[in-house]
Each structure stands twice: as C-alpha cells, then as structure tokens.
Design a protein around this ligand. Structure first.
Ligand code: PLP
Length: 394
C-alpha cells in the first residue's frame, strides 16, 4: 500500500513550483522579458568571489579522491570546529564541534531536528506566516503543526502564542528574517517569547525547544540587527543555510547547532544522528563543506537586493498597495486590496505578474513577491502593476 500521507504531500503544496513552471511556459509564448515572475526565492546574485576562488583552489590542491569522498555523517571535524568557533566568536555562545551537524541546507536541518525532537502526538507551534515545508517535516515526525497568527506588523502576537501553548507543545519554530513577510523579530520580542516559554515549560514540567530557522540571517537592510536566539534562550536549535548568504541553493549546504546549554543536550545530539540516518542523509558534500568553512561570515553583495526592495516597495506603495516595508530576506508581502489573495494573484497573473498567494504561508489575504530577480524585471513590471491597481480602484 502506498501511504496516503506521501500521496497527499506529493499532490499538494507545490504551488510555487507550479507557478514558476507556468511562468517558464508563458515566457516561451510572449518572451521572457514580458513575464514578471516573482515566485521563487532563488538567489540572483553570483556567489562571492571568495567562494569561487576557494572552490577553484580546493580543486587544484586537494586530491580528487579526498575532495569527492564521503564525509562523516555529522560533517568533517575541521569544518564543525570552524563553524563552532565562528558562532562562538560572533554571538558569544560557546558551541563545541560536537554541537554542530552539517546538513543539506536548512531544509534537511529542519527535517532532521523536527524528527529528533517530536514524538507522536506532540505539537510544534509556528509563528505565521511561515515556510510551507515545515508542515510536512512536522507531520512526518508524527507531530501536529499549529499556526500562531502574527500582529499587523508581522511581529509576534504574544497572547496568541500563549493561547496555543499546551502541555503537548514541544517545539516552537521561528523564522527570522521571515519568508514571506521580510520581518525581522526584534530583540524585545525574542526576550518576551523566551520568558513565556520558560514559564510554560516550568508549568508543564518539560522543555519547549525553539527551532530557529535562519537562512536569511545576513540578508538584512539598513541598520537592522538580527538577534541570535540561542543567546537568549538556551533550549534553541539553530538551523542555518548557505543557500542565500553565499547564493548556493543548488549545492545543498548548511548546518544545525544544538545549544550547549539545551536540556537533554546529549540525547538531542544522538537523536540528530539517528534522525539523519533514518531520513537517509548520509553526509554533505566534502568539497562544499571545505569551501563553506573557509567562507564563514562571507556574504553576497546584498546592495542589489536592497535596490530591488526599495524599488518594489516604494513603487507599489505609491500605486496604493498596502505592504509592510521588509527589513530582511528578499520578499515583499502585499495585502490583497479586497482581502482575496487567490483572486488578487489570478488578476495579477492575467497581466503576466506571477505572485504566490499568502494562503501557502498560513497567511491568507496577502501575496508574496520575491524580489531576488533583476532590477529590470521589477521596473518592466510596474506598468502592469499600475493597471492592476487601477482595476482595484486604488
Ligand atoms: N527556511 C526558509 C524560511 C526558506 O525560505 C527556505 C528556502 O527558501 C528554507 C528554509 C530552505 O532552504 P535551503 O534548504 O535551501 O537551505
């Protein structure tokens, strides 16, 4: 028997890829310059020179057998040591190499840690809006995903969070900078969440872990700072990816870091190893581990994303669309003028503007525009957006 859950997951949730496929088809018909595809959050900036040079150097200096061999499941010792040292130096949390587990991007970090932390029948709460794949990772682990709505500025609604916490809660997933809203959780929000979780954990008699999903940590604009959650809340597992910071989504590289102060730390580390094996993550590419370890703290030039952010935000605001100015990531979350996000995206699609309905992120009434595209694409799309605004009488 083919398990129903896989059929369901296989047939659902692929809206972003479906829209992108439609865009590619449409581009053949009307020309790529006339399709304003803002669906996929795939970086459009070249990886930094430092990374390209490092890969080049590795290919020239390390023997092919060594460079392309299996790595230990948790990652190369030297790489885990470099990551632990980088996190300790940058954020003051004293990780050891054994706290680090190298992963295939944030996706596998999340799938592994949620399998490691959740038991059948437990709840994982998530601050909405959120990355849709969380639901599959949680359900695969036998848990239930519970959405916590946010406030009007996409910051945490503490009352809503408190109402959803129960003795069954074992995990809270937080993604900041956020996909799809672009919001960055403030330090005061992180402190308030930490206090609430500590209080509830004491009441329930078991820990509540934060899973901090941070592939966009370095993609912030102006003087925005991203609080490092493990520095505020001991029971945090930090999930990081090089997909966006180094523009390497296809190479599948990231890591998870179990806080040295987490309760049941040794069991979590063992469970991470076990879950990694059970899910079939044998090891991350040796070559890209070595390259990433030499590029810790290196980031793509985000000024292009910033220009796109300002162009998209100010232009759409001037036309009358409502959206909160994003502080991070590379998404603009636009309010559907009549509250109907599906209808809004359909009307946009008729003008060859491709947006993703907020429903996909647990936040109906909005549409996501991924501005990690050429500045030219945004510029060319503006007359179509203007027509759309006029249709809504803005
Ligand atoms: N988490 C969030 C919030 C994302 O937006 C993404 C990808 O877009 C991921 C996780 C997974 O990224 P990756 O597996 O490439 O690191």
């Amino acid at each position: 028997m083919i398990p129903n859950k896989y059929i369901t997951w296989g047939n659902s949730g692929a809206i972003i890829r479906e829209l992108a496929a439609y865009g590619a088809q449409r581009a053949k018909a009307v020309g790529p310059e006339n399709v304003y595809d803002f669906t996929i959050g795939s970086p459009s900036i070249e990886p930094p020179k430092k990374f390209l040079d490092t890969v080049d150097e590795l290919m020239k200096t390390v023997s092919p057998i060594e460079l392309h061999t299996y790595a230990p499941a948790a990652g190369l010792e030297s790489v885990r040591k470099a990551v632990a040292g980088y996190l300790a130096d940058s954020f003051g949390v004293e990780y050891s190499p054994d706290d680090i587990y190298m992963t295939h991007g944030a996706s596998s970090a999340l799938a592994i840690i949620l399998a490691a932390l959740l038991s059948e029948g437990e709840d994982a709460l998530v601050l909405a809006p959120y990355f849709p794949e969380y639901k599959i990772y949680v359900e695969q682990a036998g848990g239930r995903l519970i959405e916590v709505p946010c406030d009007a500025d996409f910051q945490t609604d503490l009352d809503a969070l408190e109402k959803r916490l129960t003795p069954k809660t074992s995990v809270l997933i937080i993604n900041s900078p956020n996909n799809p809203s672009g919001a960055v959780l403030s330090e005061s929000s992180v402190k308030a969440i930490s206090e609430l979780l500590n209080r509830k954990a004491a009441e329930y008699g078991h820990p509540i872990y934060i899973v901090a999903d941070e592939p966009y940590r370095e993609l912030v604009y102006g003087d925005i700072e991203v609080p490092f959650i493990p520095a505020f809340y001991d029971n945090t597992i930090y999930c990081y990816s090089f997909s966006k910071s180094l523009s390497l989504p296809g190479e599948r590289i990231g890591y998870l870091a179990v806080s040295p102060k987490a309760e049941a730390h040794d069991d979590i580390r063992a469970a991470v190893n076990g879950a990694g094996r059970a899910l079939g993550y044998v090891c991350v590419s040796t070559m890209f581990q070595l390259a990433a370890a030499q590029c810790l703290g290196v980031t793509v030039d985000i000024s292009k994303y910033d220009n796109n952010r300002l162009l998209a935000y100010t232009s759409l605001k001037d036309m009358g669309f409502a959206c909160v100015k994003p502080d991070g990531a590379f998404y603009l979350f636009i309010k559907a003028p009549d509250g109907d996000s599906q209808g809004f995206c359909r009307k946009a699609m008729e003008k060859d503007i491709l947006l993703v309905p907020g429903d996909a992120f647990g936040c109906p009434g909005y549409a996501r525009l991924a501005y990690c595209v050429s500045n030219e694409r945004i510029r060319r799309s503006l007359p179509a957006f203007k027509t759309l605004a006029e249709e809504y009488g803005l």
